[in-house]
Design a protein around this ligand. Structure first.
Ligand SMILES: CC(C)(COP(=O)(O)OP(=O)(O)OC[C@H]1O[C@@H](n2cnc3c(N)ncnc32)[C@H](O)[C@@H]1OP(=O)(O)O)[C@@H](O)C(=O)NCCC(=O)NCCS
Length: 190
């Protein structure tokens, strides 16, 4: 078995020039609310925007339980200048046998197009490939989510295909296609 599980020994806090990437805590509930209460931000996730602080607290509990249960790692993106949490980046669907995982990201709309996820995504991919030892990271993206497709391309992912009717949209109850984006450890980018 691989050493992938070692990333669950202690929460792997990381850093970039502008941001700290750390585990989310109950003290972050208001910032988490601000990120996920925005209909436009959750539009391509097939989920409803959160509507209450109670819902934000449940989300934070869920985010933390994923690490405890060794299922996924969700880092919150903290601005160094004022400690505000402005987004979340995740490695999930972790497959310890085949050394692969899925990446997901969500940013407070006030910070879109300021190179936040390019900076943070690069750090997470370096961590995944060079410090943990994943062979492959994938992203499954709604075909109309141009921002996410472009971001993944900028990070070095390549379009590999289309998964038809792959994910249910919990708002509409319809199944939706997902573009398959992938990047390999030997891509020489990281
Ligand atoms: C997708 C998302 C994380 C992008 O984060 P971001 O920090 O704004 O992205 P960046 O500023 O690093 O931009 C990276 C590249 O993506 C492209 N891009 C980003 N936003 C774009 C937009 N709205 N339209 C077109 N291209 C866009 C640009 O090519 C950009 O590179 P460039 O500025 O050097 O040309 C952000 O839009 C978001 O949180 N969206 C809602 C949640 C979501 O859809 N998550 C993905 C689910 S699969």
């Amino acid at each position: 078995m691989s050493g992938i599980y070692s990333m669950f020994n202690r929460f792997p806090s990381l850093e970039t020039s502008r941001f700290i990437l750390r585990e989310v805590s109950m003290g972050d509930c208001e910032d988490i609310f601000d990120i996920y209460c925005d209909e436009e931000a959750v539009r391509f996730q097939g989920i409803n925007a959160i509507e209450s602080m109670e819902h934000a607290r449940k989300s934070v509990n869920f985010f933390r339980s994923g690490f405890e249960d060794k299922k996924f790692v969700k880092w919150c993106i903290v601005k160094k200048e004022d400690n505000m949490v402005i987004g979340i980046i995740t490695l999930h669907e972790i497959n310890i046998w085949h050394l692969r995982a899925e990446i997901g990201y969500m940013l407070n709309r006030k910070y879109w197009r300021q190179n936040v996820m390019s900076e943070v995504g690069e750090r997470i991919l370096k961590y995944a490939f060079n410090e943990v030892g994943f062979n492959r990271i994938e992203a499954y993206i709604h075909p109309e989510n141009i921002a996410s497709i472009r971001l993944s391309e900028k990070l070095g992912f390549q379009k590999e295909g289309l998964k038809k009717k792959s994910d249910i949209n919990f708002r509409t109850n319809e199944f939706e296609d997902r573009v398959i984006m992938g990047i390999l450890n030997d891509s020489a980018k990281y």
